[in-house]
Design a protein around this ligand. Structure first.
Ligand code: SAH
Length: 333
């Protein structure tokens, strides 16, 4: 156990962050080792960021998508969901509610539309910024340099674009028609334009190895992302992943804890995907390195239609309910 803690310590101290040393930790699966990783990550979180848990408000502004990502229920081939786009008025109302709840970041997320009206997003960014003193994060998928530049000039502060996996062959298999190189370039453009950038991966993709996860973590550290989101794969029945084996949540939590140890002070959410997989996992994540919770302020009538995966936790509940639930979890700590 002492040797194991020394390994964690050396990863934190930056002395020994090779992919092989991360693999050595991720391979460990005994209760004792798992607890040691989680405890150490919690210690680093408190040391770097204190006890605070940050709430962020997310508005899922539309579920129309032209992509065919194998993991995601919004993929264009899924004809079983009803598609929606929020109006500017609906988005402004949700932003108002976020501000009223005392939350200082609004995340605008949607499917990826090839020919969507990017001027509409520009107008919304300006309107929100004019009305509220609030940080705007965009999570709208890949976009070209000029569009990203325009949104930045309109006032967008952050951009959240998960790499999903840094393994080229896997990335291009699960995102048909997409190139890893292009996504990496998009992330680099975001940095160039002065965005604070968030990224992350999915744990449990078919064919993904522990070494792939270690390479993801090394990439997160190199880029010094503002936020890193680690989610377990949740199987959606209307996708090609219908027969994939259910994810072992322990691996997702280990990757999350290591992301904390390796990146030191990045913001790491306790994702809804974790909570969907197992009701206690959000609490566990908040005790193992996570420091952010995202609350959906999407109008209730649309919420369940944003079905990236089924039975999304809180998908039929109000933002107020979710905040109360989180408050309860924090008190239990
Ligand atoms: N269209 C945007 C936003 C996608 S939804 C984009 O591509 O960036 C946000 C995140 O949800 C994705 O980046 C992905 O990591 C996650 N996600 C989607 N489907 C999932 C699933 N079935 N299981 C786990 N995470 C999923």
């Amino acid at each position: 156990m002492k040797i194991f803690n020394t390994l964690l310590e050396s990863i934190y101290q930056n002395k020994l962050v090779s992919s092989a040393s991360i693999v050595r930790i991720l391979e460990k699966d005994s209760e004792e080792n798992l607890n040691a990783i989680f405890k150490y990550a919690d210690k680093i979180k408190k040391l770097q960021l204190g006890e605070d848990i940050i709430l962020r408000g997310i508005i899922e502004i539309g579920n129309v998508c032209d992509n065919g990502c194998f993991y995601c229920g919004l993929r264009k081939e899924n004809k079983l969901i009803e598609r929606y786009r929020l109006t500017e008025r609906e988005i402004m109302k949700s932003a108002e509610e976020i501000k009223a709840a005392g939350i200082n970041t609004v995340i605008l997320q949607s499917g990826e539309e090839k020919y969507f009206n990017y001027k509409k997003i520009s107008s919304i960014i300006k309107k929100i910024k004019n009305k509220h003193d609030i940080t705007i994060t965009l999570s709208l998928g890949e976009a070209g340099y000029d569009i990203l530049k325009e949104w930045r000039e309109c006032g967008a502060d952050r951009y959240f674009l998960k790499i999903e996996t840094t393994k080229k062959e896997l990335f291009e298999r699960i995102k048909p028609g997409k190139k890893l190189q292009k996504r990496l370039k998009c992330i680099d453009n975001l940095f160039r334009l002065g965005y604070e950038v968030g990224s992350g991966n999915i744990v449990g993709l078919p064919g993904q190895t522990i070494k792939d996860l270690a390479e993801d973590l090394i990439y997160f550290r190199e880029k010094e992302f503002d936020m890193i989101s680690i989610s377990p794969l949740i199987i959606h029945p209307n996708t090609p992943f219908i027969n994939v084996k259910k994810t072992n949540y322990r691996m997702s939590l280990k990757v999350l804890a290591l992301a904390r140890i390796i990146t030191k002070n990045s913001n790491i959410p306790a994702t809804t995907a974790l909570e969907t997989l197992d009701g206690n996992l959000r609490k566990k994540a908040l005790k193992s390195g996570a420091n952010v919770v995202m609350i959906s302020f999407t109008p209730l009538k649309y919420k369940s239609k944003y079905e990236i995966y089924p039975d999304r936790c809180g998908g039929d509940k109000s933002a107020e309910y979710s905040i109360r639930k989180i408050a309860g979890i924090i008190k239990m700590k």
